[in-house]
Design a protein around this ligand. Structure first.
Ligand code: PLP
Length: 460
């Protein structure tokens, strides 16, 4: 670098001077969250934000739950953390019992981690180790779906099919294959029933397995209701049953990613319950600890656990904070609160209210293409043209503008730019706390409609 370019660089304005934190963006410093109360977050200036997305579908009990706070205090007063290589804890054992008792059929053990990406990594490694234990070392390939997101670490990014997130890291990623997601709004043909469409896309899995060679495929990874890239896409009837059949036929493991859609978000504790099957491994995180502590887990089937227990007896993996006692105490209190307060009934009821209110207010909006989802996991897809379903030009950054406009009005809504065959589309995800009522639903929809007005008026 020449002196001239050096001095040019050092005299350039530093956009986020005033913070030593490397924030997500260098162009601004976010406000400071200083207090949480129910579904509201307050910043240092006293401004309130209605959290209609639970951050990223995390805060399912709101921000000040007395039972979770008490459970964390009680745990810290005993012991905050003891390394899992030396100790278990009451909180870890009781949480695992609770999770297995309410898990889909076949789940037998719980492997704790600190978040969603870690859960994906652990599940992928467990799948690989399973095949080593049972003497099938050639099984190394993973199949996932286009437009999917399973985490930002290199292994998780490798299986994810979101090109925008993957692109610059591609030389570092392991090989994975991608098939079509279930995307009824865009991909179901006019002459197809939902069931026929589901069968057609599920059968892409069989084609991919045969192309790779059945004896070399380890696992298929899928999110039962897709959240992270394409805003609350639910499967069609029969899709997951056919996927399960294909996995069983070719000896491929099914890894279900319920990091975002799990732990009650869609109206049942596990989203996959609504499909009538279970996975061999299932990841959970976000709503597990409701954001009070970072925690995730892999729900492990008896088949996988037995192979490891009767083989090497040691899962070749581990993290310093796995099974963190305070995190497990927070998650245990969260899961008990959901059950004891019967919150899943409210998820179903307010989810129906939310979709009805969105339909009533925005169903005919010229740029609203689709309103969808399950429970309190709802997505709105924005399109430039309702007839052709053409997405907006990605350079307009519509979803980022909506996030900004909503935030200015005091609403947190989760914006996304999914990749549709290389073209980014705009989506907004709603994932409010399970404690909301009708009035909160009305406020969310009013504020969101206001944000859309602000953005589209400015766009002309
Ligand atoms: N899987 C899914 C489906 C997710 O939505 C996310 C996060 O948004 C992850 C995995 C990664 O979780 P984390 O951000 O906790 O690492």
């Amino acid at each position: 670098m020449t002196n001239a370019s050096n001095s040019a660089q050092s005299s350039a304005p530093v956009p986020n001077a005033g913070t030593r934190v490397l924030h997500r963006t260098s162009t601004s410093i976010p406000p400071r969250a200083v207090r949480g109360e129910g579904i509201y977050i307050f910043d240092q200036n006293g401004k309130s934000y209605l959290d209609a997305c639970g951050g990223a579908a995390v805060s399912c009990l709101g921000h000040s739950d007395p039972d979770v706070r008490a459970a964390m205090h009680a745990q810290i007063d005993q012991i905050a953390y003891a390394h899992s290589g030396f100790f278990s804890s009451d909180a870890m054992e009781e949480l695992a019992d609770e999770l297995v008792a309410s898990a889909p059929e076949g789940i037998d053990k719980v492997y704790f981690v600190s978040g969603g990406s870690e859960a994906t990594e652990a599940a992928l490694k467990m799948a690989r180790q399973y095949f080593l234990e049972i003497g099938q070392p050639d099984r190394k390939y993973v199949i996932a779906r286009r437009q999917s997101y399973h985490g930002n670490t290199l292994g998780a990014l490798s299986v994810g099919g979101n090109m925008w997130r993957r692109k610059q890291f591609e030389p570092l990623l392991i090989t994975a294959s991608h098939i079509a997601p279930v995307y009824q709004y865009r991909d179901q043909r006019d002459d197809e029933t939902p069931e026929a469409y589901g069968l057609r896309v599920a059968n892409e899995l069989e084609t991919a397995i045969l192309e790779l060679g059945a004896e070399s495929v380890a696992a298929f990874v899928a999110e039962p209701v897709v959240g992270a890239t394409v805003g609350a896409l639910a499967p069609v009837p029969g899709y997951f049953k056919r996927v399960r059949e294909i996995c069983d036929q070719y000896g491929v493991l099914l890894i279900l990613d319920e990091v975002m859609c799990g732990m009650g978000r869609t109206g049942t504790l596990h989203a996959i319950e609504q499909e009538g099957i279970s996975g061999d491994l299932q990841t959970i995180a976000k709503g597990l600890g409701a954001g009070y502590q970072p925690i995730g887990a892999v729900l492990v089937s008896k088949k996988i656990n037995d192979a490891i227990a009767n083989g090497s007896g040691f899962f070749q993996h581990g993290h310093t904070y796995q099974g963190h006692a305070t995190a497990c105490a927070a998650a245990l209190a969260t899961q008990r609160a959901i059950k004891e307060r019967n919150l899943l009934t409210n998820v179903v009821k307010q989810g129906e209210n939310l979709v009805a209110a969105l339909e009533a207010k925005l169903g005919q909006h010229p740029f609203v293409g689709d309103i969808r989802g399950r429970g309190l996991f709802r997505g709105v897809e924005l399109v430039a043209d309702r007839e052709t379903k053409d997405p907006f030009d990605p350079t307009l950054k519509i979803n980022a503008k909506i996030k900004k406009a909503a935030f200015a009005l005091g609403l947190m809504a989760y914006p996304m730019g999914g990749t549709i065959d290389g073209v980014r589309g705009d989506h907004v995800l709603f994932a409010p706390a399970f404690i909301i009522d009708e009035n909160d639903v009305a406020k969310i929809v009013d504020l969101f409609a206001g944000a859309l007005d602000d953005v589209f008026k400015a766009e002309g």
